[in-house]
Ligand binder design. Structure first.
Ligand code: IPM
Ligand code: MN
Length: 352
C-alpha cells in the first residue's frame, strides 16, 4: 500500500512561490517514481495577504498545520512590510509554535559549483550545521525603556535552557553517527565572553558526549569558526551552535557552497511537524523574472522526503541535483545558470 503525505505548501513572498513550485515539481516526480502519494495544500500567508487583510498568521492555522506531515516553505519577507512583522509573525512563530527546535543546514559543495574558496573542492566542503532554533537571542526576551529619548535603554536577552540545549546537542551527536563521515561534533560558542550561556552549552556538550564514545568532540569560538570555515572547511563534520551564531555562520556556509541559490534547510521537530525551506530570502526585485536558482528549494524538498522516511526518493533527488549541476548548468556562483528557474526545475525533475 502506498503512503500518502499531507504537505502544507507555503510559497510566501517575492520569489518564494516560484521556487516552491519547482520544489513541488520535483517532489511530484519523486512521488511518481517511488510510488507514494502527495496531498498538497496551499497556504497563502505572507506580505500580500497581510497588506490585503491585516492577517499575519491566525492561531487556527497553526492548529491546521499540525494535521500535516510537513510544511514546505518558499520565503518570507516583503518590501512593503516593515521588517520583523512577517519574519517574526510567520517564520519564527511557526518555528516556535511547532517547537521545531533544530535548524539543520547542510553545507555541501556539489561538483561543478563554484566556491569562492581558493583551492577547495567538494571533498573539502561537506558538513552540516545544527542550529538551535527556538531559544537564544531569538526568544524575544528583553524590552525597551524611555524609547526615543536620549536615555533610551534596549535589552535583548539570550535564553538558554538545559532542556533546549541538551536536546539540540543530542540531535547533533545522533546526526554525526548517522552521517557516518568524520564522526565529529564541533561545538561553536563563545565561552571566553558569554560565560553563562556557553558554560551551560559546554558542560552539556561534554556530558552528552560521554554517551557517544564513537564520536569525536571539538570546540571553536564563533569568530574563529568563521575563519576556519574559510581556511579549513574540511575540518568539519557536524557543527552545533545556538540560534544567533547558527544564523550567522550558515550564511557564510551558504556562500562557500555556492550561494543562497543552493543552500537548503530544515526546521525540525523530531517528534512533531517539521518545515523545510531554501535559506535565502524572498529576493523581491527578481520576482516573476524566472531567474532565481530553485536548487535550494529542491534541496529542501529532498530534505523533507528524507525526514519523512522516503530515503530512496531523497537520494534520487540528490543524485538528480548532482547530475544537473555537473552536466547542464554552466556556473552557478555567478548567478548565471544558463537556464531559467522553471528550466532548472524541469531538468532536475527529468533526472529524477
Ligand atoms: C534564516 C533567516 C531568519 C532567521 C530571518 C528571516 C528571521 O535569516 O532563516 O536564517 O534569522 O532565522
Ligand atoms: Mn539567516
Amino acid at each position: 500500500m502506498s503512503k500518502t503525505y499531507k504537505i502544507a505548501v507555503m510559497g510566501g513572498d517575492g520569489t518564494g512561490p516560484e521556487v516552491a513550485v519547482e520544489g513541488v515539481k520535483v517532489l511530484k516526480a519523486a512521488a511518481e517514481k517511488f510510488k507514494f502519494k502527495l496531498e498538497l495544500t496551499d497556504f497563502d500567508y505572507g506580505g500580500d495577504r497581510y497588506l490585503r487583510t491585516g492577517e499575519v498568521l491566525p492561531d487556527n492555522v497553526v492548529e491546521v498545520l499540525t494535521k500535516h506531515d510537513a510544511i514546505f516553505l518558499g520565503a518570507i519577507g516583503h518590501p512593503d512590510v516593515k521588517p520583523g512583522i512577517l519574519e517574526k509573525g510567520i517564520l519564527l512563530s511557526l518555528r516556535f509554535a511547532l517547537d521545531q527546535y533544530i535548524n539543520l543546514r547542510p553545507v555541501i559543495l556539489y561538483p561543478n559549483v563554484d566556491t569562492p574558496l581558493k583551492d577547495k573542492g567538494p571533498e573539502d566542503i561537506d558538513f552540516v550545521v545544527v542550529r538551535e532554533n527556538t531559544e537564544g537571542l531569538y526568544a524575544g526576551a528583553g524590552g525597551v525603556l524611555k524609547k526615543n529619548t536620549p536615555d533610551e535603554v534596549a535589552v535583548q536577552e539570550s535564553i538558554n535552557t538545559r532542556k533546549g540545549v541538551e536536546r539540540c546537542i543530542r540531535y547533533a551527536f545522533d546526526y554525526a553517527r548517522k552521517r557516518n563521515k568524520r564522526k565529529q561534533v564541533t561545538l561553536c560558542g563563545k565561552t571566553n565572553v558569554l560565560t553563562y550561556a556557553f558554560d551551560l552549552w559546554e558542560r552539556t556538550f561534554y556530558e552528552v558526549a560521554k554517551e557517544y564514545p564513537d564520536i569525536k568532540t571539538d570546540y571553536a569560538h564563533v569568530d574563529a569558526i568563521c575563519m576556519w570555515m574559510v581556511k579549513n572547511p574540511e575540518w568539519f563534520d557536524v557543527i552545533v551552535t545556538d540560534n544567533m551564531f547558527g544564523d550567522i555562520i550558515t550564511d557564510l556556509g551558504a556562500m562557500i557552497q555556492g550561494g543562497m541559490g543552493i543552500a537548503a534547510g530544515g526546521n525540525i521537530n523530531p517528534e512533531g511537524v517539521s518545515m523545510f525551506e531554501p535559506i535565502g530570502g524572498s529576493a523581491p526585485k527578481y520576482t516573476g523574472k524566472n531567474v532565481i536558482n530553485p536548487l535550494a528549494a529542491i534541496g529542501a524538498a529532498q530534505m523533507m522526503l528524507d525526514h519523512l522516511g522516503e530515503s530512496e526518493a531523497a537520494q534520487a533527488i540528490e543524485n538528480a541535483i548532482r547530475r544537473t549541476v555537473a552536466e547542464k548548468l554552466d556556473s552557478l556562483s555567478a548567478g548565471q545558470m544558463g537556464y531559467g528557474t522553471k528550466e532548472v526545475g524541469d531538468l532536475v525533475a527529468g533526472a529524477v
